[in-house]
Design a protein around this ligand. Structure first.
Ligand code: CP
Ligand code: NVA
Length: 307
């Protein structure tokens, strides 16, 4: 992991399969207490143009556990909100902070931050990807199932940022990823191709329109909201389009008998997931939320050169 010092994490595809596996192992060690890392007083800047509970708090706590601190650079309270150019902001913040995490809409804006900043830039969610989430998801799957290679994760719902990162990260970890989504809501074809090209251990990346086909025999079932942040005005259109894609007990019954259920949260019970499944035996949703902390602590330690 020493080679990740100074690196950006803008996409799951930025790291190799070996680096991804090693980051999960470090996350596991940090979680169990087998490993402690103190980076001294380093500072993480958080630039979030969308709401966040888990990502914001887990980054803040991860940084505190590493002996550092976080500054909240919400554009509403900085000059960014009054139109100061990104290229100036990124260069100035690079003089104060040691790393920054950015949550925004366009992936291009994140790429622009990475271009102008001289410190590592981490993707805290864009419309294209949510890579820190995917790392936490596969850590959760590994904890529950023991190993990842050859297992199947079925994602039912919108072909969105979360689905993109699951395909890419799953491919690197040798996990078969099946996406079940209504026609017209598929993941981007270029991301599907990219995941197929990255796949190790013959991992299969498949996209289908029947949710039952997607979940059949799978070891992990996953869903996310039908309308992501920025798509609020499409809520009712999407409720119509995603009828039949609710992760409920009928769908769970088609999966492997020991299958686990994941959701990145926040969830809308009764829409993309039933209350019974969310609160049921198979759910690992709150372990998954906790794991954001451990994977982001590992990631911060790696890019800040603490290893
Ligand atoms: N899963 C996730 O990223 O949650 P937040 O939007 O609360 O950060
Ligand atoms: N797809 C969701 C994930 C939220 C964590 C969104 O982008 O709003």
């Amino acid at each position: 992991l020493a080679d990740l010092k100074g690196r950006d994490f803008l996409s799951c595809a930025d790291f190799t399969a070996e680096q991804t596996v090693a980051l999960l192992e470090l996350s596991r060690q940090l979680k169990s207490g087998d490993r402690r890392i103190d980076l001294g007083n380093r500072v993480l800047g958080l630039i979030f143009t969308k709401a966040s509970t888990r990502t914001r708090v887990s980054f803040q706590v991860a940084m505190a556990r590493l002996g550092g601190q976080t500054v909240d650079l919400n554009p509403q309270v900085t000059q960014l909100g009054r139109g100061e150019p990104l290229e100036d902001t990124a260069r100035v913040l690079s003089r104060f902070c040691d790393v920054m995490a950015v949550r925004t809409f366009a992936q291009q804006e994140l790429l622009d931050y990475a271009h102008w900043a001289s410190i590592p830039v981490l993707n805290a969610l864009t419309d294209l990807e949510h890579p820190c989430q995917a790392m936490a998801d596969f850590l959760t799957m590994q904890e529950a199932l023991g190993s990842l290679t050859g297992q199947t994760l079925a994602y039912v719902g919108d072909g969105n940022n979360v689905s993109h990162s699951l395909m890419l990260c799953g491919a690197l970890l040798g996990v078969n990823v099946r996406i079940g989504c209504p026609q017209g809501f598929e993941p981007l074809p270029e991301v599907i191709d990219q995941a197929r090209n990255l796949a190790v251990a013959d991992a299969r990346i498949e996209v289908m329109t029947d949710p039952v086909d997607a979940v059949r025999g799978a070891q992990a079932l996953y869903t996310d909201v039908w309308a992501s942040m920025g798509q609020e005005q499409e809520q009712s259109l999407r409720e119509e389009a995603f009828r039949g894609f609710c992760l409920n007990e009928d769908l769970l019954a088609q999966a492997d008998p020991n299958a686990i259920v994941l959701h990145c949260l926040p969830a809308h019970r009764g829409e993309e997931i039933s209350s019974a499944v969310m609160e049921g035996e198979a759910s690992r949703i709150f372990d998954q939320a906790e794991n954001r902390l451990h994977v982001q602590q590992a990631l911060l330690a790696a890019v800040l050169g603490g290893l």
